[in-house]
Write a protein that binds this ligand. Sequence first.
Ligand SMILES: *Cc1c(COP(=O)(O)O)cnc(C)c1O
Length: 383
Amino acid sequence: MLKLPVYLDNNATTPVDPEVLDAMMPYFTRHFGNAASRNHAFGWTAEEAVQQAREQVAALLGAGADEIIFTSGATEAVNLAIKGTYEIHGGGDQHIITCVTEHKAVLDTCKHLEKSGASVTYLPVNKDGLINTNDLEAAIQRNTVLIAVMYANNETGVIQPVAEIADIARQHGIVFFSDATQAVGKIPIRVNEHPLGMLCLSAHKIYGPKGAGALYVRRKNPRVRLTAQIDGGGHEKGMRSGTLNVAGIAALGKACTLCASKMTNEGSRIKKLRDKLENALLAIQDVTINGDRVHRLPNVSNLSFANIKGNSLLTAISKTIAVSSGSACTSANPEPSHVLSAMGVEADLAKNSIRFGLGRFTTEEEITYAIQKVSEIVTEMKG
Ligand SMILES: *Cc1c(COP(=O)(O)O)cnc(C)c1O
């Protein structure tokens, strides 16, 4: 039996995989030790769990275990990467290059640094959501200390030309940091292929719990240096003080291992369902895809529905299908999404844009339901 509402908002967060839950449970009760306790078995057991997770996270990225710093999530990792780079270079008028379609964690961190005197270039994107690497090269200055461009976009799934960006950054001796929160676990990522300096990820986007994440920081060829943003007991090699969230970290490790083993089959299964949903909805008049169709995650479809009467397609759909829209709907007067605006989608159309985010637990039956229900609602609202 189909259970309503259907969950198609896996880019916002994912349910915890039961196998991940099993892996984390012992660390709440029986193995509750503090990973920093060096003198007894409780501490050692916790430390072993953390070390195993470090290896599991590293394995998914082709990194070394000693290159993983655990954080409370991607937002914290982004703050550490960007502010930490800016500060280690002495602050002041250092230059950072990022992109207009980044997650708010990146954009707001950059805005914060601008107030401290940093200069920031926000690269534009084309109508498909991709940056132009010529723009990137042209933006590089003598004082550029960081290039921060996301791996895949959370609203559209668009995958940036990360390999090319990494090569350009390397040629100029600039650190490249990529927010890979949406890409990790869904597409293969190797930090040494086109070498990245830093990369962040979050457990709750890959079937782990909320409140755990990691920052990969390159240790050699060349070593990436950072100024810590949280001071205290010197955990995580002084890069992130605070008692480690052992259960969350164990869960993150397990989540990474599951992603590694499932990625190929899961990716093609989800892509088939996504394409089925997308093609069925595209058959309705005035429906368009937002984002490059080729360079895109397999699980996301961001669609604009033109010529809709009435004010909220999202409200109508959300009664039975959990999705997100192309607007920040936290306020009474929704602002169109900065991502869609940057791609040239007009405010009116952005308001009637829906992000469908499929995941590990999405079923064929749910997609069949979504096709039928959304088609029905859209047809009605086009009146
Ligand atoms: C979810 C998300 C974040 C924030 O991650 P948290 O772990 O919730 O802080 C950052 N960047 C992208 C691209 C995301 O999708």
